[in-house]
Design a protein around this ligand. Structure first.
Ligand code: ZN
Length: 284
């Protein structure tokens, strides 16, 4: 297993905000303790040519303007560079996957709410969509994104829905932020799940969505791995148990399709255990 992380992503924080630096810092510490054989390669930030496949020039400029984006998405000094570094971790994981490795980008900020021209929902750059388009630029013709974060990835859908050869599959709580993803359209397949849904029923929906993704016969799978569908997550009302994340990882390990995963949400103090459980299931 290759883990891509960089301590520069710990350098921003708002007191009381759920998207805090412990998420990456404590997850890294736990994974290094438990898996001394896993590798931690270094990587470079994404370059603007990669970002520009998914985002408008004006958006990339706006990320350098010191004004907040919405009520829960602040401006931080250097946030453009930090978000570009997080995209770089995802791109490195994607390239490692195409070279036959299992790879996870353990970075922040997350990305799946960021649209072509808008930062929102703790997200500034859409790492998954940027990776999908970068893979296509490298000749990978069929790319699927599987997003099991508790929130709908409105940004990934908005960017990929006009892109032939891509599939976006999202399983998310509804009703919930951001309020999108109620129905499937074209290459964007949405699976809304009710708050407090029985975890076995939720897992059955996840399995159905995974089989739909496999039926697309992708050459590359990118996983928007959010851990906020966990029963003790403080900002959602879903019910997945810790070992359900092991099952999701095991599904990845059963396929021979190159697969890279990247951290999206997940705000409970148990996040390091959730990440470890998911990656351990995948590495089996
Ligand atoms: Zn989320």
């Amino acid at each position: 297993m290759l883990i891509f992380t960089d301590s520069r992503c710990l350098e921003y924080e708002t007191v009381g905000h759920p998207e805090r630096s412990f998420r990456v810092r404590d997850s890294e510490r736990l994974l290094r303790e438990r898996h001394p054989d896993w590798e931690w390669p270094s990587f470079e930030p994404a370059v603007e040519a990669d970002l520009a496949r998914a985002h408008m020039e004006g958006h990339l400029a706006r990320l350098r303007v010191a004004e907040r984006f919405d009520s829960d998405t602040a401006y931080y000094d250097g946030i453009f560079e930090i978000a570009s570094l997080a995209t770089g971790g995802s791109l490195a994981a994607m390239k490692a996957a195409l070279a036959g490795e299992k790879a996870f980008s353990l970075m922040r900020p997350p990305g799946h709410h960021a649209e072509q021209d808008m930062a929102m929902g703790f997200c500034y750059l859409n790492h998954a969509a940027i990776c999908a388009l970068a893979a296509q630029a490298e000749g990978i013709s069929r790319v699927a994104v599987w997003d099991f974060d508790a929130h709908h990835g409105n940004g990934t859908e908005a960017i990929l829905r006009t892109e032939p050869g891509t599939l976006y599959v999202s399983i998310h709580q509804h009703p919930c932020y951001p309020g999108t993803g109620l129905e499937s359209k074209g290459n964007c397949r949405n699976y809304p799940v009710a708050p407090e849904e029985d975890p076995d029923a939720h897992m059955a929906v996840l399995r159905k969505s995974w089989e739909e993704l496999l039926a697309f016969e992708p050459e590359l799978v990118l996983v928007s791995a959010g851990f906020d569908a966990y029963e003790h997550d403080p900002i959602t009302q879903m019910s997945l148990r810790i070992n359900d994340f092991r099952t999701l990882g095991q599904w990845l390990s059963e396929t021979k399709i190159p697969t890279a995963a990247l951290l999206e949400g997940g705000y409970s103090e148990d996040l390091p255990e959730l990440v470890d459980t998911f990656l351990s299931g995948w590495s089996e």
